[in-house]
Ligand binder design. Structure first.
Ligand code: ADP
Ligand code: MG
Length: 350
């Protein structure tokens, strides 16, 4: 895909490591007050005054976490930032800085890395975070990207995974399953293209779910919304692995159980129609799909009037005592134990 481009390609070795770093970082500008020194010294210098700091990092490896045959590099850069910011927002914090480290094989010309950085910089701009450092090195094979994100939050506002109590409401933002079904469509088109490269894929009916896969948006707006509504969740986590696995994290770390209602799980019509087309159960996709980067939280019953009817927030169940266990209540009112991971995230009915 990269090799197919007609434009002139610049070998990275022509620039050298420092030339490349300079080229990639010269357009960065600093917006956060907490950034005293960004790129250009041995370390960045940050000043958060009386705020608490949250710090998170993610590593993405070509062939394991992404496939460049259908993921454009610009989208990859954007998504790599989103994955990290989502973790910061899941702490109820605001994201302020990121560092970006890359390892490249000689297969990548400068123009490819510029694309990657165009996505990274767009994400940083859209989400108001400064890029304050990183590292640049070579790899024997493929592309490796590691991004770390820093955020700030007042001590009393931090939300952990461990604070949920029995009877709290289980609330999710946005809708689920789109990113996974977008991936299914992209994988299918890749196979069709292999057989007949002249076949132009008809992707119009799938624009929303493909965008959910390729260009997810972290829920910065939710941290602000919760503040405006004067709601502090009792626990929170971001949905990177699928609803079922994230619910189990909240339950285990909070020592509670939960009842999740199948008919309450928010699904976009495009997810429903694509699931029908692929003959997959949409509940299963929401439970196990992953990569939606929505936020899952618990709030007290007292806060219900504040969130009621908000289009960004859907109540999908409630927490119970730990000994009651973790369950999905199906549309026909059967109770099924929630299982951690993978395709078959549900056990047999009890
Ligand atoms: P060092 O030798 O101390 O590791 P480098 O020469 O690797 O320093 O980096 C010089 C500066 O450029 C540092 O501020 C570093 O954080 C930044 N930097 C290096 N690589 C990247 C990158 N890929 N993206 C953003 N900043 C980078
Ligand atoms: Mg270095």
């Amino acid at each position: 895909m990269i090799e197919d481009k007609n434009q002139e390609q610049t070998k990275i070795s022509d620039l050298g490591e420092f030339g490349l770093i300079d080229h990639l970082t010269k357009s960065f500008n600093i917006k956060q007050k907490s950034t005293i020194k960004g790129v250009g010294d041995d370390a960045a210098v940050l000043d958060f005054k009386d705020k608490k700091i949250v710090l998170t990092t993610d590593l993405l490896i070509e062939g394991v976490h992404f496939d460049l045959s259908y993921v454009p590099l610009k989208h990859l850069g954007y998504k790599a930032v989103m994955v990290n910011l989502s973790d910061v927002y899941a702490m109820n914090a605001s994201a302020t800085q990121i560092t970006v480290s890359i390892a490249l094989s000689n297969r990548f010309p400068l123009e490819a890395i510029e694309e990657l950085y165009a996505g990274i910089e767009l994400a940083a701009r859209n989400y108001d975070v400064d890029i304050v450092g990183g590292d640049t090195t070579s790899s024997n094979k493929g592309l490796i990207i590691s991004i770390s994100a820093i955020g700030e939050v007042m001590r009393e506002d931090v939300v952990y995974r461990s604070g949920a109590k029995a009877n709290d409401l289980l609330v999710v933002t946005g809708d689920l399953g789109g990113a996974y079904m977008g991936l299914k469509v992209l994988e299918r088109e890749k196979e069709v293209f292999k057989v007949d490269p002249n076949n132009q894929p008809e992707l119009d009916p799938y624009t929303y779910i493909i965008e959910r896969q390729l260009k997810p948006e972290a829920r910065k707006d939710i941290v602000k919304l919760l503040k405006n509504l004067d709601v502090k969740p009792t626990s929170m986590i971001d949905i990177s692995d699928g609803l079922s696995s994230e619910i189990i994290h909240l339950c285990k770390q909070s020592k509670v159980g939960c009842d999740l209602y199948e008919d309450k799980i928010p699904l976009d019509p495009q997810v429903i129609s694509t699931c029908e087309e692929f003959k997959i159960d949409s509940t299963m996709i929401a439970l196990s799909g992953g990569e939606d980067y929505e936020l899952l939280m618990t709030v007290t019953q007292d806060d219900y009037p504040k969130i009621k009817g908000n289009p960004n927030l859907t109540v999908i169940g409630h927490m119970t005592t730990e000994d009651a266990g973790m369950h999905l209540v199906t549309r026909d009112n059967a109770k099924i134990a929630l299982k951690a991971q993978g395709w078959n995230s549900l056990s047999d009915p009890e």
